[in-house]
Write a protein that binds this ligand. Structure first.
Ligand SMILES: NC(=O)c1ccc[n+]([C@@H]2O[C@H](COP(=O)([O-])OP(=O)(O)OC[C@H]3O[C@@H](n4cnc5c(N)ncnc54)[C@H](O)[C@@H]3O)[C@@H](O)[C@H]2O)c1
Length: 361
């Protein structure tokens, strides 16, 4: 089995998790690391035995013999390195969400199609047994036609701080950062219906005004420039209607969880950031002349690092075998279409806005 060689662009928090995951699997290795703060790249290189260190990722792309890169820069800085790497003939695994704006995300997908290289967005939940099984439940026709869904990603007091709360690095807040997990999970399970309109409200009252409490992730309550809460009503071309709810910060234990109502059955899913009140997978039906619930057994929540291992192995396998991206970038782009709708509608005071899927071919 050929070992796939990758370079890291950005050497902050999540890059460390990729390094750890890759150090624990066979068939993929990190050959170089870059960060504009070169000391961070040097530290990561020393810790994980990475042979080459760069402050400029363009130089890394030119000088090192790598098959692909993992883009671990802050969200509003994903497009530039992704596009540079694709144009340099490298495959790309870009951290989530794809980008801060729909335009930037569309340009990434367009470049992937033009260069024929893999663009995979790091949506680790796609590798969880709950999401894989939920998609199977839907493709086997168990739900009939889905007509309504709710998708939720929430934390009670989990404002992440740092580059996540600055407009210039994150672009947007919870709706993009953890909201992308809820949106991608729902869109994938439903088979990527095309969104046509979004109506949304957002706020950041709690992050800015609440005194720090025990258990809060980010003790600085003044530095949040982005929203920490959002709710949207999304309409799809095929008639499905969906409520999308997200929060980094709230006086509540859960916003209710993620579920799908179909003409033949309903499905509820709880997994990691999209956990809702409980982890698991349940199907609700009328059977045997009565109401039944089917719950999936043996679906222990996977540790984060396990999902990162599966994600990196899928990326390496697709490169090695010449397969398409394990996470279709065109489908992924729909998360940015909805997030852009949330941004535009909330800026317009919650008015419904039409959304369109950009042409990327
Ligand atoms: N998949 C997950 O579970 C998960 C978890 C956390 C973060 N993320 C995502 O990962 C991304 C990064 O998050 P983080 O927590 O590692 O952020 P971070 O701020 O800790 O790290 C970002 C790093 O990128 C570097 N950087 C900035 N511009 C650069 C450039 N032009 N070239 C090279 N390096 C550059 C910074 O110096 C910094 O070291 C975000 O998009 C975030 O949403 C994903």
């Amino acid at each position: 089995m050929r070992t796939i060689r990758v370079g890291l662009i950005g050497s902050g928090g999540i890059a460390q998790t990729h390094c750890r995951a890759i150090s624990e699997v066979e068939g993929i290795e990190i050959a170089a690391v870059s960060d504009i703060v070169v000391e961070k790249a040097q530290k990561t290189a020393a810790q994980f035995g990475i042979p080459a260190v760069y402050s400029d990722y363009n130089k890394m792309l030119q000088e090192t013999d790598i098959d692909g890169v993992i883009v671990c820069t802050p969200t509003a800085l994903h497009a530039a390195p992704t596009i540079a790497a694709l144009k340099a003939g490298k495959h790309v695994l870009a951290e989530k969400p794809m980008e801060a704006t729909l335009d930037a995300a569309a340009e990434m997908v367009r470049t992937a199609h033009a260069t024929g290289k893999i663009l995979m967005v790091a949506l680790k939940l796609r590798f969880s047994p709950q999401v894989i099984t939920a998609r199977r439940v839907v493709t086997e026709g168990t739900l009939g036609d889905i007509y309504y869904a709710e998708c939720v990603a929430d934390r009670r007091r989990g404002n992440p701080g740092g580059s996540f709360v600055r407009k210039d690095t994150a672009g947007f807040g919870a709706a993009a950062d953890i909201g992308v997990y809820a949106l991608d999970t729902a869109l994938y399970i439903m088979g990527h219906p095309k969104p046509i309109s979004v109506s949304a409200i957002t706020s950041n009252y709690l992050s800015k005004n609440n005194p720090a409490v025990l258990g809060a992730w980010n003790p600085d309550v003044t530095n949040t420039e982005v929203e920490d809460f959002g709710v949207a009503w999304v309409r799809f071309e095929n008639g499905i209607r969906m409520v999308f709810k997200t929060s980094w910060c709230m006086h509540m234990d859960s916003l209710g969880g993620t579920f799908f109502l179909g003409t033949k059955a309903g499905l509820r899913i709880g997994v990691s950031e999209v956990k809702g009140p409980e982890e698991g997978l349940w199907v609700y039906r009328d059977e045997f002349g009565t109401l039944t619930n089917t719950s999936a057994l043996f679906m222990r929540p996977l540790q984060g690092i396990e999902l990162f291992k599966r994600e990196n192995l899928a990326f390496a396998d697709a490169i090695r075998e010449g397969k398409p991206s394990p996470i279709d970038p065109d489908g992924m782009l729909l998360t940015n279409v909805i997030i852009q709708g949330v941004i535009d509608s909330s800026a317009a005071g919650g008015k419904e806005v039409a959304v369109t899927v950009p042409d990327v071919h």
